[in-house]
Design a binder for this molecule. Structure first.
Ligand code: ADP
Ligand code: MG
Length: 268
């Protein structure tokens, strides 16, 4: 077939990064079954930045742990790059709500730990990049400190540097900035956008902050509680690149207001 008659590679040719099809999760608890997720269906395109908002306990972390292959859903299908998720993958980086650092290893060794774990050895180029990332998250000079010697916010930033070092195709972040003060939080958000723009990756970003979701994401999924379902799936109507100017954009405030009323309605 002449090249100009060949079908153009369309969206169907590239599988979504993440696809949920009628996913449910029921936990067995001492007080009986607990339905954490029901009928959750969505797809996230490659390189899309998606924020997830929802009340505490609506199943956000459960959703993330399912994508990460840490728990298997009790109903439905989950695919990553077109393949069913059966176990954790090396091309997914995770920043947990609480930093999970090795207490006996210094900051730099914590950041390079996944490289040691997956490749068996850490090269000087890896350490060089680890130090660059640590400086980027504001931890220059802390490379030899132990996690215990750092504040909660600093430990969280070590976890972020660790996830970024692998340059994963998919980055899952569970309220990654909640331990940071407001200014650092905003700076880290913009830094994350710079990294994402320079090295595109699919990002799923769980947050409690409506303005953070709107400022960072292409799309916002809003979850409702008991059992957790997706109640809204909106494209963020703001141009990129985003920065401090964006925070003054009237569209941003209108859209944030729309999300706020949705969340309030769900909480009522
Ligand atoms: P969120 O991150 O939105 O706050 P989670 O996903 O952590 O919510 O939890 C959703 C619901 O599932 C909560 O009621 C929580 O108590 C319950 N849950 C989460 N993990 C487990 C588990 N391993 N066993 C039993 N219940 C769980
Ligand atoms: Mg959570």
């Amino acid at each position: 077939m002449p090249a100009d008659l060949a079908p153009a590679p369309g969206p169907a040719a590239t599988p979504a990064s993440i696809r949920f099809d009628r996913v449910g999760q029921i936990f067995d608890t001492e007080t009986g079954p607990l339905e954490a997720l029901r009928d959750v269906t969505f797809a996230i395109d490659r390189h899309e930045f998606v924020a997830v908002l929802g009340p505490s306990g609506c199943g956000k972390s459960t959703l993330l742990r399912i994508i990460a292959g840490l728990i298997a859903p009790t109903a439905g299908q989950v695919e990553v790059f077109g393949l069913p998720v059966t176990r954790p993958r090396d091309d997914i980086g995770i920043v947990f709500q609480k930093p999970t650092l090795l207490p006996w290893a210094n900051v730099e060794d914590n950041v390079v730990f996944p490289i040691r774990h997956t490749r068996g050895r850490v090269g000087s180029a890896d350490r060089e990049r680890a130090r660059k990332l640590l400086s980027m998250v504001g931890l220059e000079g802390f490379e030899r400190r132990l996690p215990d010697e750092l504040s909660g916010g600093m430990q969280q930033r070590v976890g972020i540097a660790r996830a970024l070092l692998m340059d994963p195709d998919i980055l899952l972040m569970d309220e990654p900035f909640s331990a940071l003060d407001a200014l650092t939080r905003e700076e880290m958000g913009f830094e994350l956008l710079r990294i994402w723009e320079a090295r595109p990756k699919t990002v799923l970003f769980i947050t409690h902050s409506i303005s953070e979701a709107v400022l960072l994401a292409d799309r916002v999924l809003v979850m409702g509680a008991r059992p957790g379902t997706i109640v809204e799936d909106d494209i963020v109507p703001l141009p990129r690149p985003r920065g401090l100017e964006t925070t003054k954009n009237a569209v941003m405030h209108d859209f944030a207001g729309h999300l706020r009323s949705l969340l309030l309605k769900r909480a009522a």
